[in-house]
Design a protein around this ligand. Structure first.
Ligand SMILES: Cc1cc2nc3c(=O)[nH]c(=O)nc-3n(C[C@H](O)[C@H](O)[C@H](O)COP(=O)(O)OP(=O)(O)OC[C@H]3O[C@@H](n4cnc5c(N)ncnc54)[C@H](O)[C@@H]3O)c2cc1C
Length: 372
């Protein structure tokens, strides 16, 4: 049985690594260079609880179970790559500056309380005790102590090494032009005009997943690119923020490599990846309102990435009515967080044929059932 994964982002690489570990004959084909797309631009927050409420409860639990899998994931990755990628429990403050914010925070607080997750309600001065760089305008906040983050760039480096060390083959600059399906079975793919046979094909092509030819209409994953811009500032003595601050419309995320990420825009601009003055201005202004001392920090760089957003903003993971055709795409704003659960569950599913209970309800069939 041989398997090909289309796309060398964090999702393709991690499923490939887990399949290779299980002794599956697996290749990843990447149209550019692996690990340079949305997965690199991402901030690396592992924060299932900061934004979600009851309307996202199924996604919330999936994210939560993925967060719990991170220690096992990074431990295995260390053994296979020699690179230690630490899970950093930075904790997250959600500050409020006016009455609107207070109402929104109250809803989030109640949600977490009801489902028994740790959360603390803070006054403005209590919030500044935890994060002294927070604006004096902060009137109240919630504190989520167990929110975590990870160095997603290091994670990508480690995944590439682990995949190859475990026996996988990575082909960069190989764009998959078409998926070949005959009857109700997948036969392989077309690359550089040549047909190649595979028993299993996994679509992990992020925002481009819908662009690949050969998929029947009712199996086209409804995924679109959702542009995200972030600014990397360099922390120094004038601003040594150490906690994640999630203010309305902006987050500030201190990284262990000395960057302070100010992000992120959420834009419907097709495949355009140009940074733009307006969004950068808006992010910096909102960031400065929350943490005024960012004003003097040097700007190091700007990153732009395309989040693969599905129609309902939930991931599309699982098999399909075509034998051997799998999807692992549409991870939208939580692709880094959802990596362990996607990799472990999909690798088990593909290698044994046993459907995953954990991924139930996240398959592509939920979209084409709607149209019948
Ligand atoms: C600004 C920003 C901040 C983010 N912050 C976070 C965060 O803090 N936490 C979090 O959990 N998530 C975050 N995300 C979301 C996360 O980055 C994505 O959900 C995740 O990276 C998706 O991974 P992927 O492998 O599916 O896609 P990608 O990383 O985009 O990889 C897909 C790959 O497929 C390749 N490809 C496409 N078509 C083909 C083809 N035909 N043939 C071969 N290769 C092909 C592409 O070149 C690409 O390398 C953020 C995203 C952005 C943009």
């Amino acid at each position: 049985m041989n398997t090909v994964i289309i796309g060398g982002g964090i999702i393709g690489l991690s499923i490939g690594w887990q399949l290779a570990k299980k002794g599956v004959n697996v290749e990843i084909l990447e149209k550019d260079k692996a690990g340079l797309s949305a997965s690199r631009a991402a901030a690396g927050m592992l924060a299932p609880q900061a934004e979600m409420g009851f309307e996202d409860i199924e996604l919330f639990y999936l994210c939560r179970s993925s967060l719990d899998l991170f220690p096992r994931f990074t431990e295995e990755l260390y053994n296979d790559s020699g690179i230690k990628v630490e899970l950093e429990r930075t904790g997250c403050i959600l500050p409020g500056f006016d009455r609107d914010d207070a109402e929104r925070l109250r809803r989030l607080y109640d949600f977490r309380e009801k489902i028994g997750m740790p959360v603390l309600w803070l006054t403005g001065s209590e919030a500044r005790e935890i994060e002294p760089f927070l604006s004096p305008r902060c009137t109240g906040a919630i504190w989520i102590e167990d929110d975590a983050q990870i160095n997603n760039r290091l994670l990508l480096d480690a995944l590439k090494i682990a995949f190859v060390k475990c026996g996988g083959r990575l082909y960069e600059d190989h764009e998959v032009e078409e998926i070949i399906i005959e009857g109700d079975k997948v036969k392989g793919i077309k690359v550089h005009g040549t047909n190649l046979n595979f028993n299993n094909v996994v679509v992990a092509a992020g925002s481009w997943s819908k662009q690949i030819k050969g998929l029947p209409d009712n199996l086209l994953p409804p995924v679109r690119p959702v542009k995200g811009q972030i600014i990397n500032l360099r922390l120094n003595d004038s601003c040594k923020i150490s906690k994640v601050v999630r203010a309305p419309d902006v987050y500030l995320l201190p990284k262990s490599d000395g960057r302070l990420i100010v992000g992120a825009s959420v834009e419907e601009q097709g495949f355009d990846v140009n940074p733009t003055a307006g969004e950068i201005f808006r992010l910096l202004e909102r960031g400065w309102e929350a943490v005024p001392s960012i004003y003097d920090l040097p700007i190091e760089s700007i990153d732009v990435g395309l989040r693969p957003g599905s129609r309902d903003h939930m991931p599309i993971v699982g098999d399909s009515e075509v034998e051997g055709l799998y999807f692992a795409t549409g991870h939208y704003r939580n692709g880094i967080l959802l990596t362990p659960v996607t990799a472990f569950e999909m690798a088990e599913w593909i290698s044994t044929g046993n459907k995953s209970d954990v991924l139930k309800g996240f398959g592509i069939e939920r979209f084409y059932k709607e149209t019948v």
